[in-house]
Design a protein around this ligand. Sequence first.
Ligand code: ATP
Ligand code: MG
Ligand code: MG
Ligand code: MG
Length: 564
Amino acid sequence: MRASQFFISTLKEAPADADITSQKLMIRAGFIRKHAAGIYSWMPMGLRVVRKVENIIREEMNRAGALELSLPVVQPAELWQETGRWDAMGAELLRFKDRHERDFALQPTAEEVITDIARRELRSYRALPKSFYQIQTKFRDERRPRFGVMRGREFTMKDAYSFDRSADDAGKSYENMYAAYRRIFDRMGLTYRAVAADTGAIGGDRSHEFQVIADTGEDAIIYCPTSEYAANIELAEALAPAGERPAASAALSKVHTPKVKTIAELVDFLKIDIKQTVKAVVVEGEQGDAVLMLVRGDHELNEVKAQKVAGIKNPLTFASPAAIRAAFGANPGSLGPVGFQGRVIADRTVAKMADFVIGANEDDQHYTGANFGRDCAEPEVLDIRNVVAGDLSPDGKGVLAIQRGIEVGHVFYLGTKYSAAMNATFLDEDGKPKPFEMGCYGIGVTRILGAAIEQNYDDKGMIWPDAIAPFSVVICPVGYDRSEAVKEAADKLYAELAARGADVILDDRGERPGAMFADWELIGAPHRVTIGDRGLKEGKVEYQQRRDAEATAVAADAILEHIV
Ligand code: ATP
Ligand code: MG
Ligand code: MG
Ligand code: MG
């Protein structure tokens, strides 16, 4: 690709309503354009990444034996009524009527439609097992669309569904998908954890989420650094009911139960107008006091209202230094970013809304706490519960710690929930009809872009892992329009790289070097080759990986081997 023939549209500033780094960078780099809350266009540069993500997913789904199909975005209400989800889904399901006054919905997921297909097509046990998948537009009318494409309303999801004869076989399909998910996220070069997840309203007893580790994640993961144990915090709590917890844990939870149970109660206690605030921070002091601070403005502590409430003792150890710096580092008059002690006080809703954990040391007193999100105008949903950082891991192999994560994938054993409700059966060997044993498996295709950026960026822009970069190599000729030697060397390298199958772009726009480099740093191309007259005179070009502080001179005739 030549840049002059591509569409590059970068911005110096992100719009004021962009609320997270990845969204800012995607808008600035010309990946996306916003039209309404949670509704975006994918521009050519961004779409290249989407396609790469999709291709990796498609390859691994095919390798796992799943069959690609395409289900309708517009789905009839009748199918959703069969499972009761027409009512149960609430406002997240976007509904409308056609010209004949019939009810329809935009697909937020597709269990109903795929089960309808299975009951019509998979008649006999001989047709099983079968797994189908689609990579398709979904619509969820999210209550709070935010963070750009990470919590969009219209987004792309890969959703797969497995149909089996027995629960045992369904377990094998689940394992198969789980392994495929690992390959997918490994290939994308992301740092992630597979965590046990709550099976919630869908029921069933097996569910794992794939969480990309990032301080800005909406989910809290509790994990054991010295063993395989990892769970979404909601489940970590569910897995460790007071009576069954390891002794250390039970003892700690007693100490940590605050007298005030909800943020609403705290707010009431403190007589603070929570609607005026942007965030609430619950901190607990070493002296056995919990402090609720309501912070106005963006990370501004100068309007803090703080007061001691309820006795809480013995902070425990966990940390997120980067988050601490992000929250308070830029604010000299505030709590210093030094201590990482304590535990989060959060409930499942709060845990999801929490942005980061803070810690601080003032006057030699340790404080710590959790930020309960940007928008605390909904105190009714906030309900404090204990989180178990510092507890013994349920497998007994270490002490639990907390990390924030972004849910990019979810695998779910469904059992016969949908097949039973929709009377979807096959004839088994004994001639009797049996409901399918099902599983469902989602990946947030477009959310992955946001998550990858949240994990890989610096002050210049995005830093893409090779496998999903919009372009993996950019050739930046200095004076392409002025110097024959430069043009010739750049064209030659471009042709050679392209011939070897490298995903290369030649920046022939004739931009000034500074502007050209800034663009590619913002876009995050992992490899850059700079070609200029001065270097060529010595037979050299410059090579720089996106994470390198400086370029390295490389012999012009060796650069090809250097890259591919
Ligand atoms: P969340 O907890 O973030 O709301 P979910 O549990 O509702 O996600 P699933 O029903 O498990 O989502 O859907 C499968 C995948 O689709 C999720 O793991 C996530 O990566 C992606 N996804 C869900 N909602 C959105 C959204 N609003 N925007 C972008 N991707 C989404
Ligand atoms: Mg959701
Ligand atoms: Mg979820
Ligand atoms: Mg989920």
